[in-house]
Design a protein around this ligand. Structure first.
Ligand code: ADP
Length: 475
């Protein structure tokens, strides 16, 4: 199959969260199965053109209708691991950051229009079998493809990585890229909801775990789109994300102090000591070290984390926190870190290499999310033998099995979103950690040997593309 991805962030070129991991590694897994995959992403100004050898001259260009005018778009591309990465370049689209500007809706609408233009191509261009758009930034591509004469035979798939971000904007944006203003029931007057439009228009809709696919049909997790999603229930798939296990590999990771694997885990202690030293924590092999990595936003359960942190540190635990996000949460963590020097190490910012050292050096990893479409932190942790303590919600429920409920479990979990329940799960994890010995080693070994590579999930994506093609033919 010829498959074209569209995503706002793609690792290693630009990354804010898990979307980048998926858009950067699923295409390789599909290519390894013999498919022809291209990935379209905006050429953000933060992308290091020299480092990635992205050609600065000679790329093909299209003049893309944009409102009353035309926008000149360039499409430089590179090929890596048999996947074509096409960078959509325009001063109207590229900025220093991936998100966070008042005109994000317009920038991404133009990006979608530009991708549609290139996919439809010039004379003789072969349209893809599958147009696969990810999250709200690429959502309008679904409607654009469905309305394009040249892309009529291409099946469209829309994947929800996070339903909380829908890209709601003014309906004027639609006119800019040539889409009709006809309203969906969930759109108020003069409003456009790109994510809702993609859910309504795509041949197949998917999300990134089986559990989240069920949850989003309920008012609690549906973010107002539960009825629309309910109408698409028969075309809604849940496929749990994998991770790039060649990249996230404690036996080869170039950023960590020592290498280790499931058979010989001795290097993990070296990684822990190195992390304690680097982070300014007391270097103590016996102190249980908890890692936290993620966007500091309400979704990630930051209020539970800050509520439980003082207790955890009093119990002799240590915390290594890496994140960036809501200024109010950053402020709260700063306050805590000041009071708990030597026990709480806080890094506010985005640092992929430090993240890998925390995954490797920690004993346990905390992820008490309010909701979690899939979550990658717990999967990366398992790969590094770092035991996850999570709230059993969304993809966390699909991937973490509580040791106390399942003799072959791989972590600790709790259900009710409250500090006491979280503390109870941490308490059970601490107890097992301190008991140590063979049972803890066996737990870690089990975690490390689990297969969270893309192999199985990529095959399910191929099945889903088959269903999308069938649906397109029927339509
Ligand atoms: P989300 O996509 O909701 O942010 P996920 O758990 O799916 O959450 O994916 C987050 C990804 O981003 C993981 O690879 C995680 O390690 C990485 N990450 C998040 N915050 C940071 C940070 N501040 N520095 C480095 N990596 C980070």
């Amino acid at each position: 199959m010829r498959i074209s991805f569209a995503a706002a962030e793609v690792a290693p070129y630009a990354k804010v969260g898990g979307l980048a991991d998926v858009a950067g590694s699923l295409p390789q897994a599909l290519a390894a199965l013999g498919h022809e995959v291209s990935v379209y992403l905006p050429l953000h100004r933060s992308i290091d053109v020299a480092k990635f050898a992205i050609p600065t001259k000679g790329a093909r260009t299209h003049s893309v209708p944009y409102g009353a005018a035309h926008a000149r778009i360039e499409y430089p591309e590179i090929t890596r691991d048999k996947v074509r990465f096409v960078f959509v370049r325009s001063f109207r689209i590229g900025r220093d950051k991936v998100y966070g500007y008042p005109d994000d809706a317009k920038r991404y609408a133009l990006y979608c229009r530009a991708v549609a233009e290139d996919l439809a191509g010039g004379r003789g261009a072969v349209p893809p079998d599958i147009v696969h758009a990810h999250d709200w930034h690429a959502a309008l591509l679904v409607q654009l493809a469905a309305r394009s004469r040249k892309l009529r035979a291409s099946a469209t798939v829309f994947t929800i990585h996070n339903l909380a971000y829908q890209g709601r904007t003014s309906a004027d944006v639609l006119r800019l890229v040539g889409l009709p203003r006809s309203r969906l029931a969930v759109e108020s007057r003069d409003e456009a909801n790109p994510m809702a439009r993609a859910i309504a228009a795509a041949d197949i809709v998917s999300t990134v775990s089986e559990r989240y696919a069920e949850e989003i049909l309920t008012p609690e997790f549906g973010e107002g789109l539960q009825d629309l999603l309910g109408e698409r229930r028969g075309d809604l798939w849940g496929i749990t994300n994998g991770i790039d296990t060649a990249f996230f590999d404690p036996a080869r990771d170039p950023h960590i102090a020592a290498h280790y694997n499931a058979e010989d885990q001795s290097g993990k202690a070296t990684c822990k000591a190195a992390l304690q030293k680097e982070a300014g924590l007391v270097v103590d092999a016996s102190a249980p070290l908890f890692g936290v990595i993620g966007r500091l936003v309400e979704q990630k359960g930051v209020d539970l984390l800050t509520a439980v942190a003082p207790w955890l540190l009093e119990k002799g635990g240590q915390l290594a926190v890496l994140g960036t996000g809501d200024p109010a949460y950053e402020q709260r963590w700063r306050g805590l870190a000041q009071k708990m020097k030597g026990r709480l190490a806080l890094t506010l910012g985005f640092d992929a290499a430090l993240a890998q050292r925390i995954y490797a050096g920690s004993d346990m990893f905390l992820m008490p999310s309010r909701f979690e479409p899939c979550g990658l932190g717990q999967l990366i942790s398992l790969r590094y033998g770092t035991i996850p303590v999570v709230r059993a919600v969304g993809g966390l429920a699909n991937t973490v099995r509580d040791v106390d409920a399942d003799g072959r479990g791989n972590g600790f979990s709790f259900t009710r979103y409250e500090a006491a329940a979280f503390a109870d799960a941490i308490g059970r994890a601490l107890h097992r950690y301190r008991a140590g010995g063979q049972p803890w080693l066996a737990l870690r070994t089990r975690a490390m040997l689990e297969d969270h590579s893309w192999t199985a999930s990529a095959r399910r994506y191929v099945d889903m593309y088959g269903a999308a093609t069938k649906a397109r033919r029927a339509a």
